[in-house]
Structure formats: C-alpha cells, structure tokens
Design a protein around this ligand. Sequence first.
Ligand code: HEM
Length: 489
Amino acid sequence: MLLGVVLTVLCLPFLWWYFFLQKFKSLSAIPGPRPLPLIGNALDVGDTPTALFNNCAKLLDQYGDIFKVFIANECKVFIANADFLEEIMTSNVHITKSNGYYLLKPFLNFGLLTSSGSKWKRRRKLITPTFHFKILDQFLDIFNASSDILVKKLFNEVGKESTDVCPYIHLFSLDVICETAMGVKISSQEGKNSEYVNSLIHYFDIFIVRFFSAWRRFDFLFKFAPEYPIQEKYLETLQKFSTSVIKKRRLEKSQEVVETTSDLGIKRRVALLDLLLESDDLTNDDIKEEINTFMFEGHDTTASGVTFALLALAENPEVQQKVYDEVLAVVGDETYVSMQHLQDTKYLEMVIKEVQRKYGAVPFVERQLEMDATIRGVHFPRGTTLNLYLYGVHHNEKYFPEPEKFDPDRFLPHRQSERHNYAFVPFSAGPRNCVGQKFAMLAMKVIIIKILKTFKIIQVPDHKPQLGMAAVLKSYNGVRIRLIRRDTD
Ligand code: HEM
C-alpha cells in the first residue's frame, strides 16, 4: 500500500509532464531542441543573460526563424519571422504580456507596460498624448543640459587607454528620465540622490536573478531567498520617492504654482507627471504605476542605445567621420541642439537605426495567448508564450544580408521600402508599441551629437563586448572605448 502511494507520488510529476506536452501537440511542426522530462529545455536556453543571448542565437541558426522550447511550465515559441510578427503585433487581441513581466509587479504594479485588457486600453488612450511633439520639444532643454554634464564628466577619461562608458551613460539617462517624467532633478551624474539611484539599479539586478531562477520566480518561495529583504528595502526607497514627488506636485498644482515658477523662480517645464495629474480618472497610486513604468522603460533602454551607438562609432571610423561631418554642417558651433538640428541630421538617424538593428536595446518581448489562436496557419493553444524575438528578426539574413555588418545605408529610404515593414521593429509595433519611441530617438540624438562634437571615439583593440539579454541588451564586460578631445586632435 505504502509502496503504491510512493510510486504514485513519484509518477505524478511525469504524468503532469506528459499532459503538458500533449497540450502543445499542435505545435509539433515547429522545430526545437528535444525537451528533457520535467526540466524541458532549461539547459538549452541557459541561466544567465549571456547564456540566454548566445543560446538563442544558436537555436535561431539551427532551427530557423520560428522555434520552440519548453521552460518550467511554459511552452515558448521564439518568432524572428516578419510575417508572423506582423500578424501578432497588429492584433488587438493578443496583447497580454507573459509571466516574466509579473516579476516587475513589486515595482510597477500594473502600469502601461504590464497591464492588459480594458485597464491597458484606458491608460494607453490617456498616456499617448503626453508624448506629444510639443511636450518633447520642451524636453530638449533637459536633454541638452544633462548631455553637457555628461560631456564634462567624460573629460576626466581623456588620455586613458580605455573607458567603460556604461556607468556614465546610465547616470545620464537616469537624470534625463527623472527630470522629464517627474520634474525632479536628481543630479545622479553629480553623485546626488545615491540612495534612490542605487535602489533603482540594484532592484533590477535582483529582477534579473529572479528572471533566471527556477524557484525565485514564485512569490511564495522568493520570500525565503537571501535577495528578498534586500529587494524590499530597495522597493521601499523607490516607492517612497515617487509617492512623495507625486504628492508634492499635486499639492503645488492645487496651489497653482507648478506651471509658473520653480523653487528658483524660473519658469518650470511640464513633466509627464503634470500631464497625468490633469486627469480626474487617476489616483496617486495609478500615477505612481505609470511614473515608475517610465522610470523602468525609459532609462536602461536609452542607455543601452547610446552605449552601443558609441561602440559602433568606435568600430566604424568611416561612419563616425560621416556623422561628424553632418553634425558640423547642421549644428556647427552652436552649443544648443535644437529640434531643427535633430530633424536635419538624417545620416545620424540612419546610424541610430542600424544600432537598434544590430544591438537592439530590447532583444525580445513576450505575449501569452489567452485563447487558442491560428496564426498564419499554425494552431497555437491557449497558454502558449510568444517570444517576439526582435534581436532574431533584426539578424535574420532574409531581411538583413550579412547581419553582423554595421551598415547604416540599410536605412536609405529606397532600401527601407524594399524590406518587410515588420523586419525592423526595435520599438515593437502595433497597438502595444513603445510610447516613448520619439522621446528616446531625440534623447539619443542629442547626446551623440554632443559627444561627437567634443570627442573622437577610438576603438579599444581586443575589447569584445559580452552581450547578454534579459529586459534589455547589455554588455556584461562593459563597453570600452577611448576618447580623444577634438580641439587638441
Ligand atoms: C532605445 C530606447 C527604447 C526602446 C528600444 C524601447 C522599446 C520598447 C519596446 C520593444 C516596447 C514593447 C514592450 C513589450 O511589448 O513588452 C516598449 C514599450 C514601452 N516603452 Fe519603450 N523603448 C525605449 C525607450 C522608452 C522610453 C524613453 C520610454 C518612456 C519615457 C518608454 C516607455 C515605454 C512604455 C510605457 C511602454 C509600454 C507601452 C504599452 O504597452 O502600451 N520606452 N518599448
């Protein structure tokens, strides 16, 4: 009797596994590595950002632009095929995010990035106009001022054999997003507000640990992890900060001082927060979800875009020279980068696009099917995770021959128009695309112009970035370049 019970208990996980695989039988035509019982393809995919990056690239090579893996209790289909991406991204139905996003809940709760259904629709309608051209135009002051501080900081690195620019760019983008989103100057580049800054940076380190851990992913088990109390401390700092900014700003608004003057008596810019405060539908907690979402989505992505742009310019001196010539012709001696300058720097725009193709800041996004769906003739059961493998489609030879070659001319208008519209989707596309896309492009352009006006960027021999992917693409051994002052060159 006891033996029977023991055997049944031992068999249960295997029975679960059998039925789990059966559920996804309709996907048998989609290739992928053979899953092991219970652990599925965990070993094929890897348990660190660099392993995930390298293994997914290998699987793409081996199985083509659609392949599947089984990880924990999920069947994930990786999609690097533009026809499939088009059908999924344009859908108004398949907009629910996957389980992985749930790990952001302690910080973001359910803001624009993580919510779905009618809540997402309402918020999206409300938030899209906050990124209006007129609002972005007045953010240029912040992009310029923060860039000037960064350039000043980089002077300290001139003459060194090599510099890892990641920490510099990271603080720059934090300063930018804090001031534009919340209207608060945190001056992280000048070493201020270090508790908030550290909490933000290290909260995401813990997010990555959870993302790759089989057991820390579960809220109940995570409470026993050594990282749990540390995460709680960071969260307390982060939530306190945004709560107090929102409360203060609401109070100021009720006293009608926000639009007119700042503490220094200077006319104050409107922050994204002010626009959210205009809405009668949003409580302070609702606004906190969105402001924290901007902080999350807006800083690491922009920082990744700028650091890889600097790397690409260092590795491709002829491209750098062409951008510099354009900057000289368009911006000349002017120290303020204006909207007109940004509109006229067409080659730089192509370079940034090629950076986003080769080193896209967001390597993948995920959706979970809430109902059975037939997509381009394939029957996907409810519960399938669709991994929209943006890095994969951007490196798919079908759309981008010689994908490792850095070639901004791929974005010449006639070449773009010959390509599938969904082959280049760094900001995703369709109803769930990036609301901050224009913001990010403008911020990246300003800082690259300012850096190039001041420094020549030189490649560091033998530095090969170790790419890794989780929420954003990063180099885990830094991004090293050498800086030379142009005025003494
Ligand atoms: C290079 C910079 C950036 C890249 C490559 C990027 C990319 C993306 C991508 C791929 C998505 C879709 C995410 C998904 O489906 O899970 C997204 C969504 C989003 N992004 Fe960005 N982003 C960038 C910068 C920004 C900035 C600066 C902000 C805000 C200031 C921002 C705010 C958002 C928000 C709120 C969403 C969620 C939109 C929704 O689901 O309706 N992003 N971004």
